[in-house]
Write a protein that binds this ligand. Sequence first.
Ligand code: SF4
Ligand code: SF4
Length: 449
Amino acid sequence: MKPFIMPSSNPTAAHATVVDPDGSVRPLDKYDAPLLLANKGQRRFHIMAKPIGPACNLDCSYCYYLAKATLPDGSRSGRISDETLDLFIRQYIEAVTGGEVVFSWQGGEPTLLGVDFFRRVVELEKKYAKPNQIVQNDLQTNGTLLDEEWCRFLKENRFLVGLSIDGPREIHDQCRFAKNGESTFDMVLNAARLLKRHGIPFNTLTCISRYNARRPLDIYRFLRREIGSTNMQFIPIVEYRDFERTAPQTWDAATFPKQGDAGARPGHPESIVTDWSVDPEDWGYFLCKTFDEWRNKDLGKAYVNHFETLVAQRLGLPSQMCVYSEICGKGLAIEHDGTLYACDHYVYPEYRIGSIRSGKLSDIVLSRAQVKFGYAKSETLPRQCRECSFLKDCWDECPKNRIIGAADGEPGLNYLCSGFKRFFAHALPEVERIVANIRKRGVQPQARM
Ligand code: SF4
Ligand code: SF4
């Protein structure tokens, strides 16, 4: 049952009140608005589907998802049932307003489900699509199982592929190996060639860890020249040292190191992060170097998530990445058993917000708990961020990375803060020139989610 607004018996009452499902009455506030106004405006949100849970044929050292298989009280391993798949596709299509609905298939490794599973997905999408609605599919894959049959299917059904690749052979093989510990590089390279040969659009997704962050140009040039990527997503690896068991924001903040302490960097016995997490200074170095390369050679030719977002925000457009936006909570995850979680990085029992098997997807997505989750991103900023000149570019990035204390000891500062400051200080003068140029030409870049 949803909360509902109680009609006021006193026409002069300043505030409307809300009756919650448990019968309690409280004043209406901003966290109620999305659900109560759901039928009056556009509902924009996105769901990342995990149809095979954390199952994967690789054993990448930094994977944050493999551990979900053993998380107590979690969704564990499993494959989505026909019934749950049908329910998800129907409810998601129903819930999204506007002309386009995007399904993102992730894992684990979704290609383990086989091509026939995705044929069924496409059938169901066609069955439930609203008139004139475009249904788009994204598939995030390690690429190792892609073959001719897969590529024919992906091309025919216009899938956009995200290919995980960390750089040239010696860099890629540092963290991304098969279950038997063997190299996966040749298989991924083969996948990139197949995708290109079949004319399937793909993004590269490259994880930046402690081991490759000092090699920005080797990585960037490899992705551009060898792989031919025109859409590069760089993801900094930051994992709290007990990330397998401890949900974000349930940490003991008293144990946080302060910015600049040895424990606020990887590789220290007392470090707050795993050994493979990227060093904050190296993250800044990586962004600065790749930004210069992109600016000098690829502006307008290749898309890099962090750079395009910075330009968009300086143009006054919404952030294209949730991590740099003021409010988040519009990108949820659904597990194979139909359980919805607040975000792909919050797949822990504490952030389970409902199930499509017992509730309606649109009500769960717009629920007060989820809206509060999204607002918390900017409502819990430490003073150091509130007073930071880069606040509107950064917003303390993702809350899952707020695992250190600020200089004054206040907890909740982003582990990557020093890297961001270095990057913003370096890139912004040039970004402002790019923005001025765009304004002069009257070009408006496409807003992306
Ligand atoms: S928690 Fe982090 S990854 Fe998740 S939606 Fe918010 S900013 Fe994005
Ligand atoms: S750069 Fe650092 S201080 Fe500034 S908003 Fe980001 S995390 Fe906060």
